[in-house]
Structures are given as C-alpha cells and as structure tokens.
Design a protein around this ligand. Structure first.
Ligand code: PLP
Length: 381
C-alpha cells in the first residue's frame, strides 16, 4: 500500500486523475479561474504566486503541467493557438542575421511565418528534404541557429529521423524544434530523442472536438522559463482559462481517442491500398511505407490523418468527394469527425496520366461505415 502511495502515477493516470483538493471544495476537476487579477494578502506577503492572468493562471497552469507530463518534458507553456506557440518558440531562438534550416514540407502557416515575418528581420531560411540527414547537414551554415522539423509532414507524411537530426544539430550548438501535432503527445516523444523544444497545435487532438484553439511549447525548465518570460508574456498570445478548461476536458479522453483512431486509421488505410485506382497511400503505419521501420522506432502509435494518390483528375476527385456521406469537406484534423480535402494534382501527374492527392482524416465513427463510404472510389478501378 505504501509503495503504491509513493510511486508517481503513469502519464495516462496523471491526465485522468485529479487529487482531492479542499481549496476547490473537492470539485472533481479544477474550476475555471475566470479572473485577470490576483490580489495579495499584504504588501510584502502575496500568499500565492499568481499576479495577473497574462503571466499565469491556475486553470491554465494545470493544463501546462499535464502536457509536460504527457510529452515527457520538464515544463510546458500554453498559447492561444498552435501558431502562437510556433511563432513564440521560433522567436525565442532566432535573432537578426541568423539562418534556419527547415524541412520543405513544413506546415504552411509556419512557412509563411518564416517567409513573410522573419524575412523582415533578416533571418534566412533554407528548405530541405527532411527524409535525408545528409541534406539537412549540408544546409547548415556557420550562422545557423535553428533546425525546424515536423514529423511526419501533413500532406505526404514523410518522417525525419529525429534522433539523428537532434544529434546533428546538438553537436553544432543548433537548437532543434519539432512540431509534434500529428502524432499527439501520446505517440511520439521528441524530447526523449534529444530534441530541444516540442510545439503542438492543441486545437487538433488534445482539444479533440473541433471547438477550441490552442497551442503549447514543451522543453527543459531553462528553455521554457526563458520563453515564458519574454516571448509568451510580451507577444501576449496566451491561452484563456476557459480554453484551458476545455483542453483539460479533451485531455481526459485523449489516450482513449488516440487508441481508437489509431485502430480505425489502420483499417481504413489498409483498405485503401486494395483499390487499384489508388496508386499510393501515404501513411507511416503501413508496412510498405518507405519509412515504416523508422516510424516504428520513433513512434508508438499513429495519428488519424493520411493521404491517397488516386489515378483520377481533380474534377473526378471533387465529384467523388462531394458524394461521400461520412467525410465532411474541410481542413484540419484531430476532432471526432471524419474529413476529406482534395489537395490537387501530384507533382508526378500528367494530362495523359492524371494523379490527384486527396487528404483524409479518420474520425470516431465506426470504421466499417467509413470503409463502405470510401468504397465508392471503386468506380474508378
Ligand atoms: C493546425 C496545425 C498548426 C497550427 O495550429 P493552430 O492551432 O491552427 O494555430 C501547426 N502545425 C500543424 C502540424 C498543424 O496541423
């Protein structure tokens, strides 16, 4: 019994279990501290560590503690959106005159942040094929201070070898950031592989219900404290207590939802492979994905977003998608709902042999219904 008391709870227990707390009248979850200001007991003895909600709020702090535990980091800090987290994390590393090495298939918002925002401050960025450590290595310059990764990427689902990339950067004093949104904090832990900072769009799996925006940065206390004091507080894109409460609620079922989504997406992608009009299924959980071995080493499960390359024109793809029953047409992923997006022609597409890229997100519906729905693609076989 005593041993049970002393051992720290495992991460999934930690997110599901709140300690009894008499300060909250035993409320089973932390209340929403819907206030901007915290007054002090006296001029010299505040009596607590909170001052003003832009600098910290108990509900928000509770979420941050849990994300840090799930991600395996010392500390986490949350933001109003994934982009607020990403931009603050990048700004905490680079200064005018620096050079960044970034993977070429990075999230479009991150790419635009580099191209339209950081270019104004004299930061140069090289975009590189992230599947090749040699390509990442040869892009490094004497003034490179940041290696920015996202594994897997969210259209072609290509991986970077995070351990090797972190080693490469670390040996040269370069900071590594990984966008870990796709794998969620359940299935990939880049900090354990030597990466310095992890960023998440909590909007996706942690929120989990397509009703709330948020982001987080996780890393060592030293790095996160520094980021928190300057880039978080002064840029001001902080998470509200109400959002934090919704994120905490999403987090309770995160491991459960990820487990279900992981099983469903495996079934759906294996089915898509059987269709002869589908020339490629881009999903690292499939045995014939070119980086499946690496995926198995650096991830313990898979996200629900994947893409297919189909031997049809964009018009045919749109006509097919318009008639799907369970896949809503839209961007994003990580909620309860299945989604589809016609991305466009692949680089290998020709007028004689058209190939269209379609991105799909598997939701919490019964995978048998989803497979039956997607089966209408057989008309092009
Ligand atoms: C959605 C997303 C973002 C941006 O997050 P927001 O919460 O929309 O700001 C960044 N990276 C990836 C991989 C994403 O999917």
């Amino acid at each position: 019994m005593k041993l049970e008391q002393e051992r720290a709870p495992l991460p999934y227990t930690f997110v599901a279990h709140d300690e009894h707390d008499s300060r909250h009248q035993g409320a089973v979850s932390i209340p929403i501290y819907q206030n901007t200001l915290f007054s002090f007991a006296s001029c010299d003895e505040p009596g607590h560590s909170f001052k003003y909600s832009r600098m910290g709020n108990p509900t928000v702090q509770e979420l941050e503690k849990r994300i840090a535990v799930l991600e395996g980091g010392e500390q986490a800090i949350s933001f109003a959106s994934g982009m607020a987290a990403i931009s603050a994390a990048i700004l905490s590393v680079v200064k005018a005159g620096d050079h960044v090495v970034c993977i070429d298939q990075v999230y479009f918002g991150t790419r635009e942040f580099f191209e339209y925002f950081l270019s104004r401050y004299g930061v140069e960025v090289s975009y590189v094929d992230g599947t090749s450590i040699e390509a990442l290595s040869s892009a490094i310059r004497p003034n490179t201070t940041l290696l920015y990764l996202e594994s897997p990427t969210s259209y072609y689902f290509q991986l970077q070898d995070l351990k090797e990339a972190a080693k490469l950067a670390g040996a040269r004093g370069i900071t590594t950031i990984v966008d870990n949104t796709w794998a969620s904090p359940c299935y990939q832990h880049p900090l354990a592989l030597g990466v310095d900072l992890v960023v998440h769009s909590l909007t996706k799996y942690v929120g989990g219900h397509s009703d709330v925006l948020g982001g987080a940065v996780i890393g060592s206390s030293v790095r996160v404290n520094q980021l928190s004091r300057i880039d978080h507080q002064l840029l001001g894109g902080v998470m509200t207590p109400h959002t934090a409460s919704l994120m905490l609620r999403g987090m309770r079922t995160l491991p459960l939802r990820m487990q279900r989504l992981s099983e469903s997406v495996q079934q759906v992608t294996e089915y898509m492979e059987t269709l002869s009009c589908v020339s490629k299924v881009n999903f690292p959980g499939l045995a014939n994905h070119p980086q499946h071995e690496l995926a198995q080493v650096q991830m313990s499960g898979y996200g629900s977003l994947f893409s297919i390359e189909v031997k049809v024109t964009v018009e045919q793809a749109k006509a097919w998608v318009d008639h799907l029953r369970y896949f809503r047409i839209g961007l994003s992923f990580g909620g309860y709902e299945s989604l589809v997006l016609v991305v466009g022609e692949t680089p290998s597409s020709t007028p004689e042999k058209p190939v269209c890229l379609i991105r799909l997100n598997v939701g919490l519906e019964d995978p048998q219904d989803l497979i039956r729905d997607l089966g209408s693609l057989e008309q092009y076989d």
